[in-house]
Design a protein around this ligand. Structure first.
Ligand SMILES: Cc1cc2nc3c(=O)[nH]c(=O)nc-3n(C[C@H](O)[C@H](O)[C@H](O)COP(=O)(O)OP(=O)(O)OC[C@H]3O[C@@H](n4cnc5c(N)ncnc54)[C@H](O)[C@@H]3O)c2cc1C
Length: 449
């Protein structure tokens, strides 16, 4: 069975497992975007490097084969870091690199013949409730105070916003041109082929454990001068890393292809990615074949940071995502849903991604659900770290950033699920036209966003 609707539509080559010991220069754990962009940039910079990618399941098995396909310039935690004068300059540099990453993804896809439906239409975050207006205007003002211009992030009034998208209620929107819509599975599978063309070896069905001097697998040891750990939410399954991140599930639905009349009522003519100002994140994209791919958070966190295939499919969450979709776009009331899937993403204790070094091992990820473009930037940064190049990238604030560990259970389970309930209850109150001031004050103190 495929891990997502995206993955079910593509031919996926099977790659053999590791069969014996190997000596390489760099061994990468995980064949998602982070692992493969790292392999891509390393192999491009130094074709003589011996690089192996070890993947427990198959290329794109993780979030990279399942996501919403937003390659956005936003990095998790950006708003908070732009608002704080101490962290602002570093985050502005990061934002510039992220905007470049969004463009570069399209350039690499074109150069490597990766047919992933890349379309840089930007992102429109609509105020679909009056309560959303001040939140979104605050984000725009924060960007402006940091010197990010109108051409990069803009507030649009309702009439201007309606030129991008027309949900059932519209009170304005935040718009940025720095986002591309992609087919995530085609991107990850295409990247794998591109790195193999450069001599990188990918071993599927090969679970690895980092050990001093390399990686241990059930079918052989890979000795490597450098190990890159790029396993995102699955990190919780590696020794001594159970509390480094939590796996949080995001779930998605895919409609049938929609006729031109329906799209004329919805908008998104340039394939802008779409969200709104609610607290519990929802996200959508118009696919290259005119479907609506739409997802959201809200699925439960499972005790002990458990990850199980059954958790990918949570009927109450799917029902809620479908209700939200039709509430936003009544034109979709009769549209058939042709796919439902989900998967875990990694959230660190301070909701910030990081690239850290631990001896000969580099660990990259914890993107908090914003990893599609960020993984490209991570790949270039890990390349520079491994090559010892003193570039601007290795001085970005996420390099060397360490979040503290999550609390032990049962505190973690109670805290994370209470946070989820609080978020839902604020949205419900605002839907009813109320101002839940106390709950909002508590929310603002949580390390989220
Ligand atoms: C439903 C959903 C929607 C999302 N939507 C968006 C979006 O629209 N935009 C956005 O920016 N981000 C989105 N994200 C997040 C984004 O997909 C991820 O941040 C990104 O794909 C992470 O890439 P990765 O390579 O670091 O990790 P992954 O893609 O998760 O890859 C990790 C890989 O490591 C493998 N692995 C695990 N353990 C081992 C081991 N011991 N040995 C070997 N291999 C191992 C796994 O099998 C997996 O293939 C979404 C995530 C989900 C789940």
């Amino acid at each position: 069975m495929s891990v997502s609707f995206w993955m079910s539509r593509v031919e996926r080559p099977r790659r053999p497992a590791l069969d014996g010991d190997r000596d390489v220069d760099v061994c990468i754990l995980g064949a998602g975007y982070t692992g493969l962009w790292t392999a891509y940039y390393l192999a491009t910079a130094d074709p003589a490097l011996r690089i192996a990618v070890v993947e427990r399941e198959h290329v794109g098995f993780g979030a990279s084969g399942r996501n919403g396909g937003w390659a956005a310039a936003e990095l998790a935690g950006m708003d908070r870091m732009l608002a704080d004068p101490a962290t602002r300059p570093g985050m502005v540099r990061t934002w510039r690199e992220m905007t470049r990453a969004v463009v570069e993804m399209g350039e690499v896809a074109a150069a490597e013949g990766i047919d992933c439906g890349y379309a840089r239409g930007g992102t429109v975050v609509a105020a679909t409730r009056p309560a959303h207006v001040p939140y979104l205007q605050h984000s725009v003002a924060t960007a402006r105070d940091a010197g990010i211009g109108e051409e990069d992030v803009a507030w649009l009034d309702a009439a201007e916003a309606a030129r991008h998208v027309t949900p059932s209620r519209l009170f304005g929107a935040m718009y940025t041109p720095h986002c591309a819509a992609v087919d995530p599975a085609r991107l990850v599978l295409g990247l794998a082929v591109a790195v193999e063309r450069r001599g990188v070896k990918i071993y599927e069905q090969t679970p690895g454990t980092p050990i001093p001097g390399g990686v241990q697998t059930p079918t052989g040891t890979i000795r490597a001068a450098k190990v890159v750990q790029a396993v995102e939410a699955y990190r919780t399954g590696l020794p001594r890393q159970r509390r480094s991140v939590i796996p949080v599930y995001s779930l998605m639905v895919m409609t049938e292809p929609l006729p031109a009349e329906t799209w004329a009522r919805i908008g998104l003519a340039a394939r802008q990615t779409f969200s709104d100002g609610r607290h519990l994140i929802v996200y959508g994209q118009r696919t290259a074949d005119d479907r609506m791919a739409f997802g959201g958070r809200g699925a439960p966190y499972h005790f002990g940071s458990a990850i199980e295939p059954a958790f990918d499919l949570d009927p109450p969450t799917f029902a809620s995502i479908r209700r939200t979709l039709v509430d936003l776009f009544p034109a979709l009331a009769g549209a058939a849903i042709e796919g439902e899937w989900g998967g875990p993403l990694a959230i660190s204790r301070d909701w910030r991604p990081a690239i850290t070094t631990d001896g000969d091992r580099i660990i990259a990820g914890s993107y908090v659900g914003n990893g599609v473009a960020a993984a490209l930037l991570a790949g270039k940064t890990v390349r520079d770290l491994i090559r010892g190049d003193d570039t601007d990238l290795v001085h970005l604030p996420w390099v060397g950033h360490r979040a503290r560990r999550w609390e032990p259970e049962p505190l973690r389970w109670v805290g994370v699920n209470l946070g989820r309930k609080l978020t839902e209850s604020i949205d419900r109150a605002e839907d009813a036209g109320k101002k839940p001031k106390v709950r909002n004050a508590i929310f603002r103190r949580l390390p989220v966003g």
